[in-house]
Ligand binder design. Structure first.
Ligand SMILES: Cc1cc2nc3c(=O)[nH]c(=O)nc-3n(C[C@H](O)[C@H](O)[C@H](O)COP(=O)(O)OP(=O)(O)OC[C@H]3O[C@@H](n4cnc5c(N)ncnc54)[C@H](O)[C@@H]3O)c2cc1C
Length: 541
C-alpha cells in the first residue's frame, strides 16, 4: 500500500475530493453572480527562496524545497489563496523533526543563539495563520513534531494515557480503542491535527457537549521552553495555586513546545446515535438547546443551523423529488416554513442510555413545534463530517471562495450577535460591488451560552485581489466580534490573524501578563513570535 500524500495548497490528501453538486453551484451563482477567477491548486511550485544557514541543529533537519513549501503555511483560506496564487514569498529555512524533548530543547537553544525563530508544527491545520512563516522575518525553523508521537505510558485503572504531542487524531483513537477506550475529541480536522496542536489552540471536538473541549481532557503536560521545562503532572484535581495547565492550553507555541500530553480517556461507548429535526425558527431552536442543556439531557452533540444555512443544505440535498414533496407537506402540517432551522442532536453511551436521550430530545423538539427527521440526516452528517473540507478547494477551483469563523457568547447575547456579526460580514465587500453570503450555526453549547459558527462565500478574483477581499471580510468580522462583546475565537485560537484584537479581548493587564510569561519562558522571543502578542496586521502577507 502506498502512503497517502498530503496535498499542498488544499486540504487533506492527494486524490481525495468532495465536488460541489450542480444544485450547489446554481445556489452560489444565484446569490453571488457568475463564478470569479478560478484559483487552481495543481502544480504549485516551491518559490526559489534560498535557505539561510542556521549552524548545526541537534535534531534531524530537512532543507528540501518541497518540504519547506509544505510547512510554509497552515490551512486557512488565505493560505490556500497565497499558495495557489504563487504569492508565497517566505519558506522556513529548515524543517526540523526532533525525536526527543532533549533535541527540542537543543534546537530552541541553538536557534536562540543565532537569533532564529522556531514555529512548532503539529498537523499544520491552523486556520488563524498560526504556523505561517513571514516574508522579511528572521531565519525560521519549523519544528515538525511528527517524531514525538505515539502512546508512551498508560495507567489503566485511572484511564490516563500519555502520548507524544505529535500524535494525530486517528492514532490517538486507535491506541485507545485497542484498550476499549476513547478520547472523544473529534474536531473536523481530526485526521490531520495533533494532540499537541489541540492543546496549543484549546481545540473543541464535534462531541464537546458530552466529552468537553480538549481542556477537560488534558490531565498533564510537558512544555519545553528556551528557559527550561515545565512538567505539569496529572492529578484529578489540585488546589495548589492557579492551574498552570491553563497557561499551556491555548499558548499557541508562543510559550514553549508541548512535547507530551497525558489525557483522560473514557470507556468507548456502545452506541453513538445522531438524529435530525427541523424547528420553526432560530429563536425556538436556541430556546430548545438552552432548555436541553439546562435540564441536563445527556446528549454529546447539538447543532442548530440558521434559516439561511438550512435553506442552503436543502438546496444542495440530493433527495428524490417525491421525498422532497412529502417533506414539504410534513413541514407544512407542522407549520414550518422558510424560517425553519435544522437541528442535529447526538448521544453516546450504552445503547439504552443513548436511545433514552434521543427519545427525550425528540419529545422536547416536537413540543416546540419541530418536525422529526429521524436518523437519515445523522447518517449523512457522520458520513461526510471529515470530507466536507475538500469542498472548499473544489469551489476555489471553480471561482468561489469560502471560509469560516467562530465565536461564543452568553445565551442572552447570542441572537443579537448573530444578526450583528452576520450583517457585518455580509456587507463587508459592499464598497466593491461584490456580495458575501453568510450562513451560521450553533455548534457547541454550554449551561451559560453557545458558540456561533459562520460560513461565508464570495467570488474569487486574481490571487492578490482575492486575498484583499478575504482580509477585508476578516477585519470587518474581527471588529464586529469585538463590538458585539463576543470572543475572538471559540476554538480556532488567536494565531496571527486575530492577534491585533487580542488586547481588546483580555485588556491591557491581560496582554501584559501574557507578554511577561512569554518573556520569562522565552526571553529572546524565539518561539512563534507573531501569534497572540504581535498586534500588527499580517493578513495580507
Ligand atoms: C478543515 C478544518 C476543520 C477544522 N475543524 C476544527 C474543529 O472542529 N475544532 C477545532 O478545534 N479546530 C478545528 N480546526 C482548526 C485546527 O485544526 C485546530 O486549531 C487544531 O487544534 C490544530 O492542530 P494542529 O496539530 O494541526 O496544529 P498546528 O496547525 O500545527 O498548530 C496550531 C498552533 O499550535 C501551535 N502548536 C502546534 N503543536 C504544538 C506543540 N506541540 N507545542 C506547542 N505549540 C504547538 C502552532 O505553533 C500553532 O500556533 C479546523 C481546521 C481545518 C483546516
Amino acid at each position: 500500500m502506498t502512503a497517502r500524500q498530503r496535498r499542498i495548497g488544499g486540504w487533506g490528501y492527494e486524490g481525495e475530493t468532495m465536488e460541489p453538486s450542480l444544485a450547489q453551484m446554481v445556489w452560489l451563482e444565484t446569490r453571488l453572480g457568475p463564478p470569479g477567477t478560478p484559483l487552481r491548486g495543481d502544480n504549485i511550485a516551491a518559490p526559489r527562496v534560498p535557505a539561510r544557514r542556521l549552524g548545526d541543529l541537534p535534531a534531524p533537519v530537512s532543507l528540501d524545497a518541497r518540504d519547506r513549501l509544505a510547512h510554509a503555511r497552515g490551512q486557512g483560506l488565505a493560505d490556500m489563496i497565497v499558495l495557489r496564487g504563487g504569492l508565497t514569498g517566505a519558506l522556513p529555512d529548515a524543517v526540523c523533526r526532533p525525536t526527543t524533548p532533549d533535541e527540542v530543547q537543543g534546537v530552541l537553544r541553538a536557534c536562540a543563539s543565532v537569533g532564529a525563530h522556531v514555529i512548532p508544527w503539529g498537523g499544520g491545520t491552523s486556520v488563524t495563520g498560526g504556523v505561517n512563516v513571514l516574508r522579511g522575518d528572521a531565519p525560521t525553523v519549523t519544528l515538525d513534531l511528527e517524531n514525538l508521537s505515539g502512546l508512551s505510558a498508560f495507567d489503566e485503572l485511572s484511564g490516563l494515557a500519555t502520548f507524544g504531542a505529535g500524535t494525530r487524531g486517528p492514532d490517538v483513537e486507535s491506541a485507545l480503542g485497542a484498550r476499549g477506550l476513547t478520547l472523544g475529541h473529534f474536531p473536523q480536522s481530526w485526521e490531520l491535527s495533533t494532540l499537541g496542536g489541540w492543546v496549543a489552540t484549546r481545540s473543541a471536538g464535534q462531541q464537546s457537549l458530552g466529552y468537553g473541549g480538549i481542556e477537560a481532557m488534558t490531565a498533564g503536560v510537558e512544555l519545553v521552553a528556551p528557559a527550561g521545562r515545565l512538567d505539569l503532572r496529572a492529578w484529578p484535581a489540585s488546589a495548589a495555586g492557579p492551574d498552570l495547565r491553563q497557561l499551556v492550553l491555548g499558548s499557541e507555541g508562543r510559550l514553549g513546545v508541548i512535547t507530551r500530553v497525558t489525557v483522560r480517556a473514557r470507556p468507548r461507548p456502545e452506541a453513538h446515535l445522531v438524529e435530525g429535526a427541523l424547528v420553526p425558527s432560530f429563536d425556538v431552536g436556541a430556546h430548545l438547546l438552552r432548555t436541553l442543556v439546562r435540564q441536563g439531557v445527556p446528549l454529546d452533540m447539538l447543532r442548530l443551523s440558521d434559516a439561511a444555512e438550512t435553506q442552503a443544505s436543502l438546496a444542495a440535498d440530493a433527495t428524490p423529488t417525491i421525498l422532497r414533496h412529502l417533506l414539504k407537506r410534513y413541514l407544512g402540517l407542522r407549520g414550518i416554513g422558510d424560517e425553519g432551522c435544522f437541528l442535529l442532536f447526538g448521544a453516546s453511551g450504552s445503547r439504552r442510555a443513548a436511545r433514552a436521550a434521543i427519545w427525550q430530545t425528540r419529545r422536547m423538539a416536537w413540543r416546540e413545534g419541530g418536525a422529526l427527521l429521524g436518523a437519515g440526516p445523522g447518517r449523512h452528517w457522520l458520513r461526510d463530517r471529515y470530507r466536507r473540507p475538500y469542498l472548499r478547494e473544489a469551489l476555489l477551483d471553480r471561482g468561489y471562495a469560502t471560509d469560516t469563523l467562530e465565536t461564543a457568547l452568553p445565551w442572552s447575547a447570542l441572537a443579537a450577535a448573530r444578526e450583528r456579526v452576520g450583517s457585518a460580514i455580509a456587507g463587508a465587500l459592499a464598497d466593491t460591488g461584490e456580495r458575501v453570503v453568510v450562513l451560521c450555526h450553533v455548534s457547541h453549547v454550554y449551561l451559560d451560552g453557545a458558540s456561533l459558527y459562520f460560513t461565508f462565500f464570495f467570488r474569487s478574483a486574481a490571487a492578490q485581489e482575492t486575498l484583499r477581499r478575504w482580509a477585508t471580510i476578516k477585519r470587518t468580522a474581527n471588529a464586529s466580534l469585538v463590538s458585539a462583546g463576543a470572543t475572538l475565537s471559540h476554538h480556532h485560537g488567536v494565531g496571527q490573524w486575530h492577534a491585533p484584537a487580542y488586547e481588546a479581548e483580555v485588556g491591557l493587564q491581560g496582554r501584559a501578563l501574557m507578554a511577561a510569561m512569554a518573556r520569562h519562558l522565552d526571553p529572546q522571543a524565539v518561539l512563534n513570535p507573531h501569534v497572540l502578542l504581535d498586534a500588527r496586521d499580517h493578513m495580507e502577507e
